[in-house]
Design a protein around this ligand. Structure first.
Ligand SMILES: Nc1nc2c(ncn2[C@@H]2O[C@H](COP(=O)(O)OP(=O)(O)OP(=O)(O)O)[C@@H](O)[C@H]2O)c(=O)[nH]1
Ligand SMILES: [K+]
Ligand SMILES: [Mg+2]
Length: 335
């Protein structure tokens, strides 16, 4: 354990033995903020070597990208090869895949980049295995498939979520509706449009002070917790949708399968037998990517339904459309 990791452990231990109440909330707020700052050091190491993304970067193609994250041998490569036709080696031993392998899947006319990645293990974000590089690629994707083996305990799910969270990725969450507006003077003014049940003023002040913010208007428009406040102050969080792909259902019973359906945002599949993939998984992927198809209609002719222009929702203005076909067209359009 290096210095940073030891400090993290000390703070976590102290937080664990500190009961939350009025008297301790300032102190707990301070500890939370200190912890977040230390974790940031872990993921952005100063000095060369081992930086995120090294040797692993994927040239982005297509309209959106989906990255596969999971423990070794859960079936990521089997699924990726089947979806895209691009060969990614699959085998019964762990760490078969050693780098990123990208392919393309066409969904409703839109080319989607599918990125197979090496398996990750607990401690990945702290530099174990190739975890950092894997997570760094995942950070750049529009959607993450968290691939799990239904034959293994589902505690894997919590471990992977923790690894991604530790790298500033927020899964299936919206950016917190909190605004911190720094000023030159005037001290701290805290306002809220909804009651705050998870945070008190002391805790908020402790966090701000830990980040050396002494003059700011802070407005809460949701019942936020301390983590969400810190996320807004840190500012480098990435909000990505995730689907839990529960693979190898061919190896379990119907009763066990019923239980799996209770996991939110999940799709049980078998990549070996190709069950539940084309209709269920690919459709769910399409929904989560939230893409918009625009059909072009030549004058005095029927719309062309074979070649839609695909845009991201919220980025589907006439300008975005023109940009998608050709940047020059938009310039002409403005005249
Ligand atoms: N029973 C069953 N086995 C599967 C399924 N999908 C993959 N496998 C097997 O699981 C093993 C691992 O598959 P891979 O596709 O290499 O898994 P991976 O997650 O890419 O593994 P790494 O690259 O090592 O992380 C292989 O022996 C596959 O044949 C499935 O749906 N059912
Ligand atoms: K494998
Ligand atoms: Mg693989």
């Amino acid at each position: 354990m290096d210095g940073v990791q030891r400090s993290i452990k000390e703070i976590e231990d102290e937080m664990a033995k500190t009961q939350k109440n009025k008297a301790t909330s300032y102190h707990l707020g301070q500890l939370r903020a200190k912890l977040a700052k230390l974790k940031r050091e872990l993921i952005t190491p100063s000095g060369g070597g081992g930086g995120p993304g090294q040797g692993f970067d994927v040239a982005k193609t297509g309209i959106a990208s989906v990255g596969f994250v999971g423990f070794p041998s859960v079936g990521k490569s089997t699924l990726m090869s089947g979806l895209t036709g691009t060969h990614s080696e699959a085998a019964a031993y762990e760490f078969t895949t050693l780098t990123s392998v990208a392919g393309t899947l066409k969904v409703h006319g839109a080319p989607i980049q599918i990125i197979d990645l090496p398996g990750i293990i607990e401690g990945a974000k702290d530099g174990k295995g190739r975890g950092r590089q894997v997570i760094a690629v995942a950070r750049t994707c529009n959607l993450i498939f968290i691939v799990l083996d239904v034959g293994k305990p589902l505690k894997d799910k919590a471990i992977i979520e923790h690894e991604l969270e530790g790298f500033g990725i927020r899964l299936n969450k919206k950016p917190p509706n909190i605004v911190v507006r720094k000023k030159d003077k005037g001290g701290i003014a805290i306002t809220n449009t909804v009651p705050l049940t998870k945070l008190d003023n002391d805790e908020i002040r402790a966090v701000l002070s830990e980040y050396r913010i002494s003059n700011a208007d802070v407005s809460f428009r949701q019942d936020a917790n301390v983590e969400e406040l810190i996320d807004v102050i840190e500012g480098n969080r990435i909000y990505i949708p995730a689907i839990y792909v529960l693979n190898k259902i061919d190896s379990i019973s119907i009763e066990e399968l019923d239980l799996l359906y209770k996991i939110p945002n999940s799709v049980p599949i078998s990549s070996r037998n190709w069950w539940n993939i084309d209709d269920e998984l690919v459709e769910k992927m399409w929904q989560e990517l939230d893409l918009v198809r625009v059909y072009t209609k030549p004058r005095k002719a029927a719309p062309d339904y074979t070649a839609p222009v695909v845009l991201k929702r919220g980025k589907s203005s006439v300008e975005d459309f023109c940009n998608a076909i050709h940047k020059e067209i938009f310039k002409q359009f403005k005249l």
